[in-house]
Write a protein that binds this ligand. Structure first.
Ligand code: UD1
Length: 364
């Protein structure tokens, strides 16, 4: 029996552990999955609503960490997670993605000689200003099994001295989660609750510190979006961090435009429904670059780099940078019908968790 702690902490983690947790339950003679939630995200609509929609049970262990500076958040997770590891003595921990919970728990496990599997290993933006890039590099260095979503991650890892035998190309668990819930996603009625009058719309998300933590950059992006919204309504479910910054910089959304709809963060099915049916998406998120690629919906990424180049090479994603004029020009292209075609990358399917399970069974 492989006693396995699956760690999640922030919104984009839950959809990556859910398919794996459920698959482990199907192999209950072999796996004892234990769901640990660090509490890095704690609002109902950033955490619990996702857990419920994804069919995950309540966490077996909740660390209740909450927000703080990077040092405070990471250190608090480490202190609490060490107690959990010492008392539960698992055979393996699984961490996903690149958030502070990922590196914090991996570091604790590494010091206690507990094997670590990292899901979504090897993604690199090569931008060390991004806190996530540091989390990725360090987590990969101390992981024993590195599960990658796209082939170029293998080269990234090997250049950092990681043994090839530890690396496994299994595909994208977040896409497996999407596929598992496609019926509920299609049934969402969110669009009918918005004042769209059957018009096409664009979807916007923003939460990267580099875009939202400085008044000038946030205001420049929102001004560009207002110009875009004159041609197409824009729906903007805003991350709590972004809402707080809008308030702090006293950006009055009412001064913007009545076709830019600011919403609170919304649930998993509703959000994916809005993505699937959008004319195009503007974002600085990592996961949304992948989900739009799967849906074949054009995505304009408001960043200077991406750790997910497969979404621009194979998928519908375009890296726009943070120049507002480029964002306006690119959206105009799409509105006038010039859309970048895209394909679905290899192994972005509904068998990712099964591939991981088969590897874990041999690992034991
Ligand atoms: C974190 C991840 C980021 C990921 C994002 C997804 C790190 C370093 N960053 O960023 O990679 O893309 O999650 O959402 O781990 N807040 C709330 N309620 C919540 C959670 C956060 O109000 O439930 C507010 C707090 O003011 C908090 C701020 O958002 O200080 C930022 O939260 P934090 O977890 O530090 O980082 P994110 O920006 O969410």
């Amino acid at each position: 029996m492989l006693k396995t702690l699956l760690v999640a902490g922030a919104r984009p983690n839950f959809m990556k552990i859910a398919p794996l947790y459920k698959r482990m339950q199907e192999y209950s003679n072999f796996f004892q999955p234990i769901f640990v939630h660090t509490g890095q995200h704690y609002d109902q609509n950033m955490s619990h609503s996702f857990i419920e929609s994804l069919g995950l049970p309540d966490p077996d262990v909740f660390l209740g960490i909450g927000s703080g500076s990077h040092a405070v958040q990471t250190a608090n997770i480490m202190i609490e997670f060490e107690k959990v590891l010492l008392s539960s003595k698992p055979d393996l921990i699984i961490v996903v993605g690149d958030v502070n919970s990922t590196i914090a728990c991996a570091l604790v496990a590494s010091k206690l000689s507990t094997p670590i599997a990292h899901i979504e290993a090897g993604l690199r933006s090569y931008d060390r200003e991004m806190p996530e890039e540091i989390n990725r590099i360090l987590t990969d260095q101390i992981s024993d099994l590195l599960f990658i979503t796209s082939p170029e991650a293998e080269g990234n890892l090997m250049r950092e001295g990681i043994q090839q035998t530890k690396i496994h190309f299994v595909g994208n668990l977040m896409i497996e989660s999407l596929i598992q819930h496609i019926d509920q996603i299609d049934q969402s009625t969110i669009r009918y609750t918005l004042p769209l009058k059957n018009e096409q719309y664009a979807l916007l998300t923003l939460h990267r510190p580099s875009n939202v933590d400085h008044a000038q950059s946030l205001e420049a992006i929102l001004n560009a979006v207002v110009k875009i919204s004159k041609n197409i309504p824009v729906i903007f479910p805003a991350h709590p961090r972004t809402q707080k910054q809008i308030q702090k910089f006293q950006l009055n959304m009412k001064d913007f435009n009545d076709r830019l709809y600011l919403l609170n963060p919304i649930g998993y099915y509703d959000f994916l429904n809005l993505q699937k049916n959008a004319k195009f998406v503007m974002t600085d998120s990592g996961g949304i670059q992948e989900e739009t690629t799967y849906f074949g919906v054009p995505c304009l990424t408001i960043r200077n780099n991406t750790e997910r180049p497969i979404t621009t090479e194979v998928g519908t994603n375009q890296l726009i940078g943070t120049d507002p004029n480029k964002l306006i020009a690119a959206s105009q292209e799409i509105i006038s019908g010039h859309v970048k075609p895209g394909d679905i990358p290899k192994y972005w399917d509904d068998k990712v968790s099964e591939r991981i399970i088969q590897i874990l069974m041999k690992y034991k």
